[in-house]
Design a protein around this ligand. Structure first.
Ligand code: PLP
Length: 379
């Protein structure tokens, strides 16, 4: 591990960095890409392998039945992270699959309108449109943050069928005032659907949304190919699944995919357990501090400029390139010449907000200032 710098000393919960790193395979390079996919722990990897072996020994369905209690505990702890109950949680394959399952089962009526950020994640916007919804942009400030006064006015004057809010974007580390949006939506009887793909395990998601969906592989550091959908009973009661759940299961279970990577779901349950053991509040504090340190270190490096306000309480930093520098080529150069993993995000990711490509930097709790300084030097 690297040397301790003055900035490192200001990062809280240094024990988290050491335990997170010690719990994982040694990285081949510098992983600053948790917003795409975090590194799984040895225990998660072993649990996934163990279940796959069980399937070969016992039979896939027998093995799944033996894991029934663990999976139910998982629904319960995931529900706890978003302020819902086990019966309100189902496993799916990804965040996108969660939104698809929700929209397919929710009769929204002809010409229904949904309010969402102008910087909505393009695949989400496409799926909302494909479901026949008319998208209405929420008013935002210069950072792309929802304008609460404008939201309140529009909820009162002409409420949409629901509000869809991506709490933390894929292309920008700006966190939305989701608790305030949830309170306003509740006061006006408008359901709030929260995309928590970038926020679960990163910032607080227990805010009173009616639907929360997310993914395993990002900040929770679970396996790929697993997602989750959480729906409060008031919205669940409106859903009309193509095939109802068996009578002995909660009705929402109709939306849980039956054929699935069960081993991956078990891995996610363990990853959530590790997140709880680390202390979600401590994880958030360290990630926020890493984001702040990263923005200080990276802004201006090689002419790259940080997009987010320096104190934004997230670990995700995005950088605009200097004139004439190609972001995709830079991302490739960082990987091949320096072993630094980042993401190049093009404007097609959020065409309503992005004016050009950005380089996204997203360390997990084991990130160090030394790594960020190495990135700055490489830029
Ligand atoms: C990654 C991401 C998604 C999609 O998640 P998948 O699990 O890949 O379907 C949705 N919304 C946001 C904001 C994301 O970052």
């Amino acid at each position: 591990m690297g040397g301790v710098t003055a900035l490192d000393l200001r990062l809280p919960h240094a024990d988290l960095a050491g335990s997170w790193r010690a719990a994982r395979p040694r990285p081949a390079g510098t992983h600053l890409d948790s917003a795409a996919c975090s590194r799984q722990s040895n225990r998660v990897l072993e649990a996934v392998a163990h279940h796959a072996r069980h399937e070969a020994e016992l039979g896939g369905y027998v093995a799944e039945a033996t894991a029934g209690d663990l999976l139910q505990q998982g629904r319960s702890v995931i529900g706890g992270l978003v302020g819902m109950a086990a019966a309100d949680v189902v496993f799916v394959e990804s965040a996108q699959a969660a939104l698809a399952a929700l929209l397919a089962a929710w009769p929204l009526g002809p010409a229904a309108r949904v309010a969402c950020l102008p910087g909505e994640y393009a695949p989400n916007a496409a799926m909302l449109r494909a479901a026949g919804l008319a998208l209405e942009p929420l008013a935002v400030d210069g950072d792309g943050r929802a304008d609460l006064a404008a939201l309140e006015r529009s909820l009162a004057a002409d409420p949409p069928r629901f509000v869809h809010l991506t709490q933390l974007a894929s292309h920008r580390g700006v966190v939305q005032p989701a608790a305030e949006v949830a309170a306003l939506c509740r006061a006006h009887g408008v359901p709030l659907v929260l995309d928590a793909a970038q926020s679960l395990g990163h910032v607080d998601v227990d805010l009173g949304a009616d639907v929360v969906y997310s993914t395993s592989r990002k900040w929770l550091a679970g396996p790929r190919g697993v997602g989750l959908l959480c729906v409060r009973p008031a919205v669940a009661a409106q859903l009309v699944p193509a095939l109802p759940a068996p009578a002995d299961l909660p009705p929402l279970r109709a939306l849980e995919s039956g054929e699935a990577h069960v081993a991956g779901r078990i891995g996610l349950v363990l990853a959530v357990g590790e997140h709880l053991a680390a202390g979600p509040q401590r994880v958030r504090e360290r990630l926020a501090a890493l984001g702040r340190a990263g923005r200080q270190v990276l802004d201006g490096a090689g002419g790259w400029r940080v997009v987010e306000p320096v104190d934004e309480p997230t670990a995700t930093t995005t950088l605009r390139p200097p004139d004439g520098v190609d972001v995709v080529a830079t991302r490739a150069r960082l990987l091949t010449e320096h072993g630094i993993v980042t993401t190049a995000a093009g404007p097609e990711r959020a065409p309503g907000e992005m004016t050009g490509p950005v380089l996204r930097v997203s360390p997990h709790v084991d990130g160090t200032v030394e790594e960020l300084e190495a990135l700055a030097a490489a830029l």
